[in-house]
Design a protein around this ligand. Structure first.
Ligand code: URP
Ligand code: ZN
Ligand code: ZN
Length: 463
């Protein structure tokens, strides 16, 4: 199959130029002006004048089909990657989980079973590590060789995912040797537990107490501590879902002294705020996620972090729970509300509208933070994350004028609410290609469950 995308403006993380794009099979075959007269017959031509042609988005932080908080995230690999594609994301990296008391292998096999035959776009896995005994550390080396070169550890959720500092240090030391990357959920779990118990004992059970018991300083402290442990181990570290000034300061200080500390943030921390927890009729529960939404002011600091390069990229932490049936498990107490929110679909449109259109970032930086940086950091570049001859034809024809009014009634995520209900964004995908297949054409879905392939990622040292 040969497809020609003509008259578009190609945008990568570093370039912006008028060019046609020839797709042959799964790959980008040729770039250049006026290819129509040069390449002979094609099977299909897509007109892209007035539009940008960008690399498919990469979302390196999703939780599809994940058991959590007494329930399960509402999108599986089929519905989640389909919604991602409608939003312009053509590759996700999801978090497989080491079973409590079990092996990494068992968790990884389980996640392969969840994704195979279902995923509509390509996908990779990180592995959540709950302990780092001798066997687990040895398994980490094996996973790196199998294309899973990143591991998530938590200093939050005591009794569920939390590890102690010794475990974190051991995992970091191992990653220094095997070329993998430790991703960290940085909040001080034990301190938060004290505040949660106090709040509940005082009868404070409404959703807003989720935020009040997880203050920014406890994210800042955990971020600083984890980075110091990484420094000690001589390993890089990647902080997931960074939300606040305190954590950003810890990150900046470390980078200033040469520590390879990286971090992502997510749209919810840029577009929503702690005020959302005040929504009536328990609707504040829709925003219960960890770390929580922050008071206004933190959002502008995060935008600055993105603009000046201290924050590498924007992922979603897509972890949808239905308002009815899941979030209401916490009606009696905020501490029982499943943590997580949907976001896999609106990410690219939000970042275009609030970033590029609002003048905070340029088009190249938009491509970098929604695609290229994730491909580089997580070992998929240049197959993914850019537009170059030989790269996968994961492409989006992006219409900078297309408006979307976000609503649970019309979104493609399998969840009964949208955190951005009624927000209008301008800038959205017109067509989306996954390895050369046109999977979204306007409002039409042309993709297939099971067409997505597992991406064996390289380690950061190319091992
Ligand atoms: O609230 C969140 N973020 N839920 C998903 C799990 C995690 O911590 O990333
Ligand atoms: Zn997390
Ligand atoms: Zn997460």
């Amino acid at each position: 199959m040969r497809i020609l995308i003509k008259n578009g403006t190609v945008a990568t993380a570093s370039e912006l130029f008028k060019s046609d794009v020839l797709i042959e099979g799964e790959k980008i075959a040729l770039l250049g002006a006026d290819l129509v007269s040069k390449v002979g017959e094609v099977d299909r031509t897509i007109e892209a004048s007035g539009k940008f042609v960008i690399p498919g988005g990469i979302d390196p932080h999703t939780h599809l089909d994940m058991p959590f908080g007494g329930t399960k995230s509402a999108d599986d690999f089929e519905t989640g990657t389909r919604a991602a594609a409608f939003g312009g994301t053509t590759c996700v990296v999801d978090f497989a989980i080491q079973p409590a008391g079990g092996a990494l292998r068992a968790g990884l096999d389980e996640w392969h079973r969840k994704a195979e035959g279902k995923a509509c776009t390509d996908y990779g896995f990180h592995m959540i590590v709950r302990e780092a005994g001798k066997e687990t550390l040895a398994e980490m080396d094996l996973l790196v060789k199998e294309g899973v070169p990143s591991f998530k550890l938590f200093t939050a959720y005591p009794g569920v995912f939390m590890v102690d500092d010794a475990t974190l240090l051991r995992a970091l030391q191992r990653s220094a040797g095997n070329g993998s990357l430790i991703c960290l959920h940085a909040e001080n779990g034990p301190a938060i537990d004290v505040l949660v118990a106090e709040a509940v004992a005082n009868g404070h059970t409404a959703p807003k107490w989720h935020a009040l018991t997880r203050p920014p300083r406890l994210e800042g402290e955990a971020t600083h501590r984890a980075i110091v442990l990484a420094e000690q181990a001589g390993a890089p570290i990647y902080i997931v879902h960074l939300t606040c000034k305190e954590a950003l300061t810890a990150l900046r200080e470390a980078r200033g002294r040469g520590v390879p500390a990286m971090a992502e943030t997510c749209p919810q921390y840029l577009f929503l705020s702690q005020e959302n927890y005040e929504e009536p009729n328990f609707e504040g529960a829709k925003y219960v996620m960890s770390p929580p939404l922050r008071p206004k002011g933190h959002d502008e600091a995060l935008w600055q972090g993105l603009r000046f390069g201290d924050l590498e990229l924007v992922s979603t932490d897509h972890c949808p729970f239905n308002f009815k049936g899941d979030k209401d498990l916490g009606k009696s107490s905020f501490a029982k509300i499943p943590n997580g929110a949907p976001g896999i679909e609106p990410r690219m449109s939000l970042m275009w509208d609030g970033g590029v259109r609002a003048g905070r970032i340029d088009v190249n930086r938009f491509v970098e933070i929604t695609s290229t940086a994730a491909a580089k950091i997580f070992g998929m570049f240049p197959a993914k994350g850019t537009i170059a001859v030989g790269s996968d034809a994961d492409l989006v024809v992006f219409d900078p004028e297309k408006e979307i009014r976000w609503s649970a009634k019309t979104h493609h995520m399998r969840v009964d609410y949208n955190p951005y209900e009624n927000r209008v964004t301008r800038g959205a995908p017109a067509q989306v290609f996954s390895r050369g297949n046109l999977i979204v054409d306007g409002e039409k879905w042309l993709g297939k469950a099971g067409a997505g392939k597992f991406v064996r990622r390289g380690s950061r040292q190319g091992k």
